[in-house]
Design a binder for this molecule. Structure first.
Ligand code: SF4
Length: 208
């Protein structure tokens, strides 16, 4: 991920490399029966992004107490030391509008959606694959960078544009895989169930 010291998009796995990794990983899992998962392509396993205190997910607290949605999402609204001093607790963080906005996006994109409507979870990361969405949430909630590198990234237009282009390309390259391997069979099943329901209703109406 292009965060931290000397962050650069040049060292990222490219969308094309990511697609090849996905295909090879699937071969290793399905054909060679090797149990494995990787950071770039295994998000369908976790039902998408787990940041922002999502159920079954997590958030990140750095050693200064700053609380960010994920270790790779280095912008915080709350600080756990300050929250405890003011009599708050961990739920104060979970119910913050910043974290709620992230969880709202997760739900709109994929989390807990009907199986035939789940967004492409091969590319579910707000900060990496949907960067402008993450940027909008960060600015709207005035989340602060947790370190100087995150501050520099926030001001860097080329960084935002580069990540937005990266996300678009990664989505384009994995769209067919998502459609064929994941969502397509679910859509087919949903359509078959709908047809069965309609036939049942029609038969019941005729019998009345
Ligand atoms: S923000 Fe990205 S890296 Fe962090 S949990 Fe979500 S998908 Fe994973």
């Amino acid at each position: 991920m292009p965060i931290g010291r000397s962050f650069t998009l040049d060292l990222m796995v490219t969308p094309e490399q990511r697609q090849r990794m996905y295909e090879h990983e699937q071969y290793l899992i399905r054909e060679r029966k090797i149990f494995m998962a990787d950071f770039w392509n295994s998000c369908p396993v976790s039902n998408g992004c787990i940041a922002g205190g999502r159920p079954g997910g997590y958030f990140y607290i750095d050693w200064n107490g700053n609380i960010s949605p994920c270790v790779f999402y280095p912008y915080a609204v709350d600080n756990i030391i300050k929250i405890y001093k003011e009599g708050g607790h961990i739920n104060t963080v979970l119910t913050s509008p910043y974290f709620e906005a992230i969880r709202k996006w997760q739900q709109e994109y994929s989390y807990n959606k009907p199986a035939d409507q789940v967004g492409n979870q091969i590319v579910p990361c707000p900060i990496r694959d949907h960067h402008l969405t993450a940027y909008e949430i960060i600015t709207k909630h005035q989340a602060q960078p947790i370190d100087s590198e995150a501050a520099a990234a926030l001001k860097d237009k080329g960084y935002h544009q580069g990540l937005a282009a990266y996300g678009n390309k990664a989505a384009e390259l994995t769209e067919d895989i998502w459609e064929k391997e994941y969502i397509g069979p679910e859509k087919k099943q949903a359509a078959e169930e709908m047809t069965k329901d309609r036939l049942k209703q029609a038969t019941q109406a005729e019998l009345r």
